[in-house]
Design a protein around this ligand. Structure first.
Ligand SMILES: *Cc1c(COP(=O)(O)O)cnc(C)c1O
Length: 399
């Protein structure tokens, strides 16, 4: 997945353009910038790449989720349904707005189980956020139907799935609003950065204003711009956008490499009948950023994970025992350890976390291993890794 593996002259050239004129900010300074508008160009490129009407760059993927929700009017006391398997950023971004993350079970797509989403509905539900984890997607039609039925905003956190598609549409462009991250370890990197994409003009204008202190961006004198509503600073810098501009042009090359390396690993593991792969909804194509598979039970998954670690198979994650991506170890959330006071509404809204168990998610994540697909592996390296992985799995299975 990480685009940084192939950082090179194309990225350096774009950054040099910015260093040359010294305009490190994305807005204003028209005279000094010698025609270089890296953030604007990257937004144009994002619209073309994902076939959407609007794209707003921001400072991170976390910011993208907050800005997307704010743009659609989600805030204090609103409930946002999201999966138990995600990244801490997802609930942080929701709580930043005073909204309440409602975590529900996943299915074998590794994201929202539509049945669990419907069961979690309450009068305060405002949005459903599917998190397209590890390069693939949820049951998008079923989730869309639920959102239509209950009149909810549908948001896609596609931070880990850039380049994947569902029925010919880019992941991120399927829901009402989509979010990307361009942090250092994502498929396309800006160093730090993110984006909101949408076909809804009102949401886009809200995102454009909100992410820059509520500036209306009318005219070319920042000091004279008005503020139709309150905002915040989630701007990306020109330097970061410049890196992303070089990288986004390379997306087809990156996806092709991921697909080649993924296919080599998968082919080797497919020969083992006890190994099953994550479900990809019909009409979906993964971005191939990760290879996800299931072993027969938790104990075997733990053993294989340990065997991989002690035999130099790096970047294969058993998220059941991991602090970043799965609810089991998020004690700071369950105990609401906040630096500043949290509203009564949110405290009340998160009480369920103290007692609720997620047996369905536990059973799925407990058996899952998720292997990062690197861009820099040669075919020979991928092949050698695949054979070694298959051997270690067979050994753990005793076959
Ligand atoms: C990386 C990531 C984010 C946050 O992105 P940052 O740019 O690091 O803030 C959000 N959601 C998911 C699923 C991610 O993987």
């Amino acid at each position: 997945m990480p685009g940084f593996e192939l950082f090179g002259d194309l990225e350096r050239q774009e950054v040099h353009d910015v260093l040359d004129n010294g305009v490190l900010m994305r807005y204003g300074f028209d005279g000094m910038r010698k025609g270089h508008w890296k953030a604007k160009e990257l937004e144009t490129q994002l619209k073309a790449t994902f076939n959407v009407n609007h794209a707003q760059l921001v400072s991170s993927g976390t910011a993208a989720v907050s800005v997307a929700l704010a743009s659609a009017g989600v805030g204090a006391g609103d409930e946002v349904i999201m999966p138990t398997f995600t990244f801490v950023a997802s609930f942080e971004a929701v709580m930043m707005l005073g909204a309440i993350p409602v975590l529900v079970d996943i299915d074998e797509t590794l994201t929202l189980d539509p049945k669990a989403v419907e069961a979690a509905m309450s009068p305060n539900t405002k949005a459903v956020m599917v998190v397209q984890m590890c390069g693939s997607m949820g049951h998008m039609d079923a989730l869309r139907d639920i959102c239509s039925k209950y009149d909810l905003i549908f948001i896609e956190d596609a931070c880990q799935a850039i380049g994947g598609t569902y029925k010919g549409k880019a992941l991120g462009s399927v829901a009402d609003l989509g979010c990307f991250s361009f942090d250092f370890v994502k498929t396309i990197t800006c160093g730090e950065g993110g984006a909101v994409i949408t076909n809804n003009k009102e949401y886009y204008l809200n995102a454009d204003h909100y992410s820059d202190h509520g500036h209306d961006h009318v005219g070319n004198d920042r000091g004279a711009e008005t503020h139709p509503f309150l905002g915040y600073n989630y701007r990306i810098s020109e330097l970061n956008a410049a890196v992303g501009l070089a990288q986004i042009r390379r997306l087809p090359e990156f996806i092709a490499l991921q697909k080649r390396n993924y296919t080599i690993l998968r082919s080797a593991l497919e020969t083992i009948p006890e190994v099953r792969f994550r479900e990809v909804p019909e009409g979906g194509e993964e971005s191939y950023a990760f290879l996800n598979f299931f072993l027969p039970n938790l104990e075997i998954a733990r053993n294989v994970s340990e065997a991989f670690k002690s035999n130099d198979i790096d970047a294969c994650f058993h998220y059941y025992d991991n602090n970043w991506h799965y609810i089991r170890k998020w004690n700071h959330l369950k105990e609401l350890k906040s630096l500043f006071p949290i509203s009564e509404e949110v405290k009340e809204g998160l009480k369920y976390l103290k007692t609720k168990s997620f047996t369905q998610s536990d059973a799925i994540i407990g058996r899952n291993l998720s292997c990062l697909i690197k861009l820099s592996w040669t075919e020979e390296e991928a092949e050698a890794r695949a054979q070694k992985m298959a051997k270690l799995i067979k050994h753990s299975l005793g076959v």
